[in-house]
Structures are given as structure tokens and as C-alpha cells.
Design a protein around this ligand. Structure first.
Ligand code: ZN
Ligand code: ZN
Length: 241
């Protein structure tokens, strides 16, 4: 590979780091502001913790940005990945199906790696950083030890090689990933009680579910869906944030 291509790939990785970092700051910042309005004082006394959450999260933004940037570069220059731009390249019904496939694949990977990281040795090495947020805040969305960040950063860049997805649906996947990552940690439930306690809430994860993971540790390991938790007997229901 010649040097200009290497420089271009490096710039793509840097640009993506900036995008992921900015996306984190804007989304977490917006929900931190909302928290101040909806639950005044909820983050009182957590200034030091929040500064640490932001520090770890920005480091994670770099770890997420590099593989995403390199894959985006390969997609543009060499046609890597199964991302498509012509909406008619696949049947229209495939659009929502691809979204579900991505979310379910990501959720499955997350559930099992997360469960492994709760084994004492792995917990100390990789996952204690995330649980140092007590209670977590809207800034904790990407607060991971670098080793844990690597396990999260590779998922979408690998999936785009395996499962076809329209570029816009990939945007939707990233938007859901970002917003749910923030709202699940912010300490209060964004979604109406009626929805959270409905049959849909029985299968979909929101703050009430992940909050309980941060309180009790060895339960509620899922990311988007309660499917694996319920199948494996690790679902301990909802907290009341
Ligand atoms: Zn968490
Ligand atoms: Zn955990």
C-alpha cells in the first residue's frame, strides 16, 4: 500500500474519532441537561466521577473511531463491506429486518462478553471501570476500560462485512446505540411507565433494566433486548429509577 493511502486511512481514523467523540459529548451533554431539568440534584456531588466518565469515554471514542474509520475508508476506496447505497439493491422489507438483525447480533455479542467480564478476574481487569460509576450518569455511556472498549468497538465494523445494510439503516443503528447507551445510564426512565411495563417492555431494555444491573451486578446483562437474560435466567426485572 502506498504512503498516500496510508495517510488517507489514518486521517479517516482520526476523523471518525472526532465524530464519535463529538457524538458522545453532544448526546450525553443533552441528556445531562435534561436530567438537570427533570431530576434536579440527581448528579449532585458526582463531579469527580463525571470527569472520570468523560475521560474514559473520550479514550473509548478513539478506540471506537479507529476501526470504524479504517472500514469506512476501505468501503469508499476498495468497495469493502456489504453496506449498500441504492435502496433498490435489496427488497424494501429488508430495511427493518436488517435493523433487527444488527441490533440482535450486537445484543448477543454484548450479553455474552458482558457476562464473561463479570467473572472476578475479567471484572477486575476490564469491567471495573464501567462499574466505578455509582450511580452511573448520562456521561457514563462510553466509560469503559480500553480492553472493554475494544470488545465493543469491533462489533459494527465486523458486522458490516457479514450482513448487508443500507447506509441509512446503519445510521439508525448508530443512533439507537448512542441514545440507548446514554439514556440507560442516566438514572431515570425516559420512556412512559405504560410502555416500560407493557409486553414490549418485557423484551426491550431501557434505563429501568440496566439500572438494576448497576445496582446488583450479576443480572440484567443485555444491551437492547431481554431475550438472552430471560432465556438464561439472569433477568431480575426492573429497578425504579
Ligand atoms: Zn452500564
Ligand atoms: Zn456489568
Amino acid at each position: 500500500m502506498d504512503i498516500t493511502l496510508l495517510i488517507a486511512a489514518g486521517s479517516a481514523a482520526l476523523a471518525m474519532t472526532a465524530i464519535v467523540g463529538l457524538r458522545y459529548l453532544l448526546t450525553s451533554g443533552a441528556f445531562a441537561l435534561a436530567t438537570r431539568a427533570v431530576r434536579p440534584g440527581l448528579y449532585n456531588g458526582l463531579g469527580r466521577q463525571i470527569r472520570q466518565e468523560i475521560g474514559w469515554s473520550l479514550l473509548s471514542a478513539w478506540i471506537y473511531g479507529v476501526p470504524a474509520g479504517v472500514v469506512a475508508f476501505g468501503w469508499q476506496h476498495f468497495g469493502w463491506t456489504r453496506i449498500y447505497t441504492d435502496v433498490n439493491a435489496m427488497p424494501l422489507w429488508y430495511l427493518p429486518l436488517s435493523l433487527l438483525l444488527y441490533l440482535f447480533a450486537h445484543d448477543t455479542w454484548f450479553y455474552w462478553t458482558h457476562r464473561l467480564m463479570h467473572r472476578p478476574r475479567w471484572f477486575r481487569m476490564m469491567h471495573a471501570v464501567h462499574h466505578a460509576s455509582k450511580p452511573p450518569t448520562a456521561w457514563a455511556a462510553m466509560s469503559f476500560h480500553p480492553l472493554e472498549a475494544v470488545t465493543g468497538a469491533v462489533v459494527i465494523p465486523l458486522l458490516v462485512f457479514l450482513i448487508p445494510i443500507h447506509i441509512a439503516m446503519r445510521g439508525v443503528v448508530l443512533a439507537i446505540m448512542t441514545v440507548m447507551g446514554v439514556t440507560n445510564h442516566m438514572g431515570w426512565e425516559l420512556f412512559p411507565r405504560l410502555l416500560v411495563h407493557s409486553p414490549v417492555g418485557g423484551w426491550v431494555i431501557t434505563a429501568s433494566h440496566h439500572q438494576r444491573h448497576h445496582e446488583h451486578y450479576r443480572c440484567n446483562y443485555g444491551l437492547y433486548f431481554r431475550v438472552w437474560d430471560r432465556l438464561c435466567g439472569t433477568d431480575r426485572g426492573l429497578a425504579v429509577p
